[in-house]
Design a protein around this ligand. Structure first.
Ligand code: FAD
Length: 476
């Protein structure tokens, strides 16, 4: 009987403990991916992620074929599809990487009950995070709620184990079950083709992920600590979508970065980078222990927050037409490329939550649909961090000034120029606040306020005061 390997957000062959264990049984291996839009409920994969998934599955399929195997594609509710596959193939063991999202955990529980009752054994493995959430607790034995002690505890566990190599060859079953054609899933947009910019910006797949890591280490890691906050340069690793789909695992990143640090005799850069990978671990830890994180505020007093309801403002934010150049550049980078620089994610999130007083959940929803790296743990934890409602969050009263943020982190205006061509001719001194420019300066740059470029949709000073009043109402 074949060993069925159920791929999920672990679309790689190297450092894949479930796949390696299946291979070691010596039985034929049956790699399967199930497109299940029922199990996640409202967290069904968004548009940009579906584009990525398409490319990633194609890449994984080709890598499997190069090893004498295949990727069987099926669509439907996972438990139902697995039952069909068990019946069709006689598989008796299912190998998979565990998930941490509430719906994945519920699915795993369901599968355990129903499949084990039929004599099918489930073998569950880690690999998506460095330390399983059950294995880290504070001194009181409770889950961590604060990053610094969490990260200290994580670091004290020492090196993660050495990444596993990809299996050289996978024994094929005598006959293959039917597989859907990838194209029949329509994961890629047709008309309108909104993925053009995404396609130009990214190369999904395990090989590309590994290349990106190597390239980051060679060219960017050394300056990461000092320049990771500048959105106008290529100063971060951009591994997030690869991580979100599991094309690369955190242990591989950890070991590669540490090896580079050893070779360079410089640990500061590696430490700064691995600390951010640590934030990802922390998000997963929070999601696991506080599964309501994507929907409800971590701090219950925020349930009573007097959010506004304003479709026009929400749409201006989504389309990158708020009149604040750094905000609009970020929202357009997101729409065009499926990704946004971390510093700008914080700025646009603060603007939505504080300047516009719109619920963080509406922002998280938009990100979910438009990010190629959409990740339930990171997205929810980060939005709540900005909102001030999260565990170890930025305090609500710390409100970003979008002009000062732009001037500080995009001092030359390169980032705004790249995504907001309407303002490209403005000098750096005006590009983050075009409404202060003289008539002559605007004319020289070809900008007409209210026509070629919107007036700011809110006055930041007034909006800040409004936000603080709203926040003060909570504490009564
Ligand atoms: P690098 O700086 O190169 O970091 C390396 C890796 O560390 C990242 O790929 C990521 O996995 C992890 N990481 C870095 N920063 C963070 C962070 N603050 N929190 C958690 N993990 C981090 N990240 C996602 O992967 N998916 C999301 O859906 C997501 N939504 C976000 C929403 C908001 C409002 C904010 C403020 C941040 C969000 N982030 C999210 C975190 C962060 O912005 C991205 O992980 C990062 O920008 C990805 O780019 P990179 O790979 O070049 O990061």
């Amino acid at each position: 009987a074949p060993a069925l390997v159920l791929f999920r957000r672990d679309l790689r062959l190297a450092d894949h403990p479930a796949l390696s264990a299946a291979t070691e049984t010596g039985a034929p291996v049956l790699p399967v991916y199930i497109l299940d839009d029922e199990t996640p409920g409202r967290w069904r994969m968004g548009g940009a992620s579906r584009w990525w998934l398409h490319q990633s599955l194609r890449s994984l399929g080709a890598d499997l074929e190069a090893r004498g195997s295949r990727l069987v594609l099926r669509r439907g509710e996972t438990e139902r599809v697995l039952r069909d596959l068990i019946e069709e193939t006689g598989a008796r063991t299912i190998f998979f990487t565990r998930g941490y999202e509430p719906y994945q955990r519920a699915l795993e529980e369901r599968l355990k009950l129903s499949l084990e009752a039929r004599g099918v054994s489930l073998r569950r493995f880690g690999g998506q995070i460095l330390v399983e959430p059950e294995n880290l607790a504070n001194l009181a034995g409770a889950p961590f709620r604060v990053f610094t002690p969490f990260f200290r505890a994580l670091s004290q566990r020492g090196e993660p184990s050495t990444p596993l190599p990809a299996p050289q060859k996978l024994a094929a079953p005598d006959s293959w079950p039917r597989s859907d054609a990838l194209a029949s899933w329509s994961l890629e947009p047709t008309k309108p083709d909104w993925a053009r910019g995404i396609r130009a910006a990214w190369r999904p797949g395990e090989t590309a992920a590994r290349k990106r890591l190597a390239q980051f280490i060679e060219t960017t890691l050394a300056s990461y600590r000092t320049r990771r906050d500048e959105p106008g340069i290529d100063g971060t690793s951009r591994l997030s979508p690869h991580l979100a789909f599991g094309e690369i695992g955190p242990r591989q990143i950890w070991h590669a970065v540490q090896a580079a640090a050893e070779a360079a005799g410089d640990h500061a850069a590696a430490d700064a980078y691995l600390r951010e990978v640590g934030w990802r671990e922390f998000s997963y830890h929070l999601l696991f222990h506080f599964p309501h994180l994507p929907e409800a505020p971590f701090r219950p007093e925020f349930e009573a927050f007097p959010w506004r309801d304003d479709e026009t403002a929400l749409e201006a934010w989504q389309r990158g037409r708020t009149g604040y150049p750094i905000v609009d550049a970020g929202m357009r980078q997101l729409w065009q490329t499926g990704w946004m620089h971390n510093r700008v994610r914080m700025i646009v999130a603060s603007f939505l939550i504080k300047d516009l007083l719109l619920p963080w959940q509406t922002g998280a929803d938009w990100f979910w649909d438009t990010l190629v790296d959409a990740d339930l743990a990171n997205n929810a934890a980060s939005w709540q961090w900005v909102a001030g409602s999260g565990a170890d969050a930025a305090p609500y009263f710390r409100i970003f000034n979008p002009v000062l943020q732009g001037e500080k982190f995009d001092a030359r205006g390169d980032y705004v120029r790249a995504f907001v061509p309407e303002l490209a001719k403005l000098p750096a001194s005006l590009i983050h606040k075009p409404w202060t420019a003289s008539a002559a300066a605007l004319r020289d740059a070809g900008v007409t306020l209210g026509e070629t470029w919107p007036h700011p949709i809110v006055d930041h000073v007034a909006a800040r005061a409004r936000a603080l009043t709203a926040f003060a109402s909570l504490k009564k």
